[in-house]
Design a protein around this ligand. Structure first.
Ligand code: DX5
Ligand code: ZN
Length: 238
């Protein structure tokens, strides 16, 4: 399947494109070294994947590990909560040092209230959408959302294949964000690599999560540079 969007639909990002290496593919025996690599790679953000074994069929880590990462780096900690009913845990993740807390629209009952709680805790509220979730989930919460995370794989594991049909949703969300003059970030997560990045950016994403394409490579710093270079070629993908 071609990843190339049609010229008419390519809109591109509003902000300069930023990289968010996902710690999920890093060496967990040395998280401090992983943080150093992300810093040396010029990452703008560090992406932390919290999985609960319920919302997704995998378990990762909780606030204790986020706190250890916090003590290892000053990078913005972008915490992606793949957690069913995350409300009771939000304060603990914020105390641990999360700068952004992103919840799945599918995992909360009162999305607006959850986003308000995150803002009250002093973190950036984010909404994540599974590949099969429509963008209408955002309809009444744009004003309390600082980031929209668009999953381009079904969440739960690193190293999965990019779901190209989701590019259409990225384009729609970018158009809606422009229409509303919304100042937040559109983040894409899952299967982002130098091959898929130009189409992702051409569709309007400005924050790229990458696990295997960065930490899964022999030289993560060089891999991040290659990804950034590919992302910068998005105009060529139009
Ligand atoms: C998957 C996680 C991702 C994951 C991406 O559920 O949300 O952040 O680390 O991994 P890659 O980049 O390998 O697809
Ligand atoms: Zn993630």
């Amino acid at each position: 399947m071609s990843l190339r969007p049609s010229a008419a639909k390519a809109v591109g990002p509003r902000h300069p494109v930023a990289l968010a290496p996902s710690l999920l593919s890093a060496d967990f025996t040395d998280l401090r070294a992983a943080c150093r690599l992300a810093e040396r790679a010029g990452a703008e953000v560090l992406h932390l994947d919290v999985m609960d074994g319920r919302f997704v069929p995998n378990l990762t880590f909780g606030p204790l590990v986020v706190e250890a990462v916090r003590r290892s780096t000053d990078l913005f900690l972008d915490v992606h909560l793949m957690v069913q009913d995350p409300d009771p845990l939000l304060a603990a993740f914020r105390r641990a040092g999360a700068d952004g807390l992103t919840v799945h629209a599918e995992a909360v009952v009162h999305l607006e209230r959850t986003l308000e709680s995150i803002a009250t805790l002093g973190a950036r509220p984010g909404v994540a959408l599974n590949p099969s979730t429509g963008e209408a989930a955002l309809d009444y919460v744009w004003d309390v959302t600082g980031l929209v995370l668009i999953m381009t794989v079904n969440p739960g594991f690193g190293g999965q294949s990019f779901l190209a049909p989701v590019l259409e949703k990225v384009r729609r969300l970018r158009a809606e964000a422009e229409r509303r003059n919304w100042p937040g970030h559109l983040e894409v997560d899952g299967g982002v690599d130098p091959h898929t990045a130009p189409s992702v950016v051409a569709a309007g994403a400005d924050l790229l999560v990458a696990g295997s394409a960065i930490f899964g490579q022999p030289d993560p710093v060089a891999a991040a540079a290659a990804l950034r270079q590919a992302a910068a070629a998005w105009t060529a993908a139009r």
